[in-house]
Design a protein. Sequence first.
Length: 406
Amino acid sequence: MSVSRLIASGVLLIVAGANVTHIDAQTAPRTILLRGDRLAVSKQLIAKGDKSLAPNFAALIETAKAALDAPTPSVMQKGRIPSSGDKHDYMSMAPYFWPNPATPNGLPFVNRDGQMNPESRTDHDGLRLQATIARAHALALAWYFTGDAKYAEGAARHLRVFFLDTATRMNPNLNFAQAVLGVTEGRSYGIIDTRHMPDLVDALRLLEHAPGWTQRDSDGMVAWCRAYMQWLLTSKNGIEERNTTNNHGVFYDEQVGALALFVGDTAEAKKAIVESGMNRIASQIDADGKQKRELDRTRPLHYSLFNLDAFTMLAELSRHVGADLWHYTAPSGGSIGKALLFVAPYADSTVKFPKEDIAEQGPGEFLLPLRRGAAQLGDPAFTRAIGHLPERTRVRDLEAFNFPPR
């Protein structure tokens, strides 16, 4: 029986060995991607010393302690200055573009789909942003599970430097994301750099009323998220990204949906999650579960899984707006469940994917889509597929606390 079916009269009951854990649903954290009731169950199990989550909890604390000691990244640390003249503006380079071998100066850069130019990873604000969100997320979870103020204060330190402090904050736009030398100083495709917004807003919700996190901090982050959402909705790059018809469009929707839910804009959340989400399922997933636009890439399995990360996030967000994308089937027969079933067999590294991939597939890319699908759809094929992934991959996944043992 699923966790959601055990909710009755505001009380969640979970059997853990011989112990029955009672969770008041009203006191569960108000997380957006992660499910607050499930986190509350995990917290109870950890407090009881339940061994099933012990490896995950140990990995979380290890990650959180490392984040406590880590330096605070900032967009001000880059060596370049955008044409705006404002170093607070985010900058990154397009990953798959390389110097042009046909020109003396290498310009304009040319595309090699799926082939990462290592130079694009240097002096990259996206890596700074992702590190900030990952550290804040781990620290906020550690605070929630332990009640130790040092973790909340550590998360606050990282968040303030990147988003709030006047001297170091990032402006809420991506005008200069994924530039291509000799072509453009910023592209709509760069919006995928901020695809971890659901982790950010979950960290912020976990920090509500935490020591070291003030009302001013909270208000400042709501204002930043609202401003960034408005940029996504109204800017030229944002509108272009919304109109893309592959994984970029789905990642755009999960960002807008999560941000809209966080700032309380239910109408915008419904548009991004339900209306757009249903259209994207219909246009991107075939009745046999194939995602043609991703299969046409030079890394077909990677991009099929990448898009399913976004689709399964959208499906999880849909519960907040009275919808259920998990069980939605498009008129053409496509569904998220079918897309997951199509890729699930290849979690077993001995099973060869039918299309060649120019790079080796990492096992971690299977985990989140399959875990989310297993929890909501209950198909044993997903659980079997997860069993083929390395134990270390499963243990170090911070979303494991979203799936407590039943």
